[in-house]
Design a protein around this ligand. Sequence first.
Ligand SMILES: Cc1cc2nc3c(=O)[nH]c(=O)nc-3n(C[C@H](O)[C@H](O)[C@H](O)COP(=O)(O)OP(=O)(O)OC[C@H]3O[C@@H](n4cnc5c(N)ncnc54)[C@H](O)[C@@H]3O)c2cc1C
Length: 383
Amino acid sequence: MDFDLSPEHAAWQRLLREFCEAEVKPFAAEVDENNSLHWDSIRKMKDVGLLGLDVPEVYGGIEIDAIGVAIAMEELGRACGSTALSLAAHNGLGCSPIVRWGTQAQKDKYLPLLVSGNYLGALALTEPGAGSDLAGGVQTFAQDDGDAWVINGSKAWITNAGISPVITVLLRTDRDAGTSGFSMILVEPNTPGVSIGKPEKKMGLKGSPTVMIGFDNVRVPKDALLGTPGDGFRQTMEILDGGRIGIGALSIGLAQAAYEEAIRYASQRRAFGKPIIAHQAIQWMIADATVEIEAARLLVHQSAWLRANGRPFSKLAAMGKLKATEVAEKVCHDSIQIHGSYGYSREYPVERIYRDQRLMSIGEGTSEIQRLVIARRVMEEFS
Ligand SMILES: Cc1cc2nc3c(=O)[nH]c(=O)nc-3n(C[C@H](O)[C@H](O)[C@H](O)COP(=O)(O)OP(=O)(O)OC[C@H]3O[C@@H](n4cnc5c(N)ncnc54)[C@H](O)[C@@H]3O)c2cc1C
């Protein structure tokens, strides 16, 4: 148990550990094999609060603080990478912008649907030609046409887009205004002209659906705009800062799962007359993983604490994500090493966990972009 958890956070963690052990982890291999989320488990998440972490109670959520969100993402990550990624996207990217900037009518319409257990939310930023460089690369455009916006363009790699009642889309509403020309618009996927692609065939996180979206003269009403026109880029940066805490925590969950598998296996497997955990080389890998996981968890929790207390957290969130994703890579690698050939087999969970963690240093800002964010903040501090 972490020294920094309050009794309420510790109780939340115990509740989620129990829930995920019973309702999420047992289906993780099936979710991966079948390329499909386990919807019975997702529906049960409504009662636990996992579908509305940021959502006020009046709409069916629990509006927990950032430390509570980090705990939830770690527990989900420990149980199933695919489910955790879809839940991270649902809460941090799907629900959060509507909670923050939605009008009363937008909140009334979409938040109850989003927490119902029948859908998972989505945010569409990335395009075929724009990932890290959204400001320079986003081409999707909404033309002002009197009482409507007319949207043309495409989005790529969007988690949950085919299973969301509404997609928040980052696009340009003014081509000549630089980063002040971006806005966010809410688009229902069944609107004429919207096409949702087939799920991408991925290395891991196979149960979490990732799709392309096409917009061909898509007309949406003027009041589908989310927040203030021209504010889309700033809104995106704010959402990504928060999302990084979630992906950092999710990565710690994946690392923790691989670590527990390694210790369990090393205690049973024998070589040279003793359990392999009695060999010093194995102990060193376990000792290193123990230190690194705890260090990453402290960084992620520190960024969550800053956010929960209304303090600037952007630099710490980037540091936590960078550290946690690199730790997950190393710990999962070593866990396979400890398993020997069995770790390379689909019969053991570490093979799946290793594939699942690989996305974490790419999605919601690559490691290179995290380093840029950290360096920029440091330069600001020293200027
Ligand atoms: C499973 C999955 C789920 C996803 N879900 C979503 C989602 O729900 N919504 C969404 O909008 N997007 C989503 N994405 C997209 C993801 O966020 C982007 O792939 C990511 O931001 C990286 O963008 P890119 O792939 O275009 O890489 P690029 O930006 O083309 O980068 C390629 C390489 O160049 C490096 N690079 C780029 N710029 C610099 C620089 N200035 N300095 C140094 N190195 C640099 C990058 O670090 C990377 O190594 C998802 C992707 C995947 C795979």
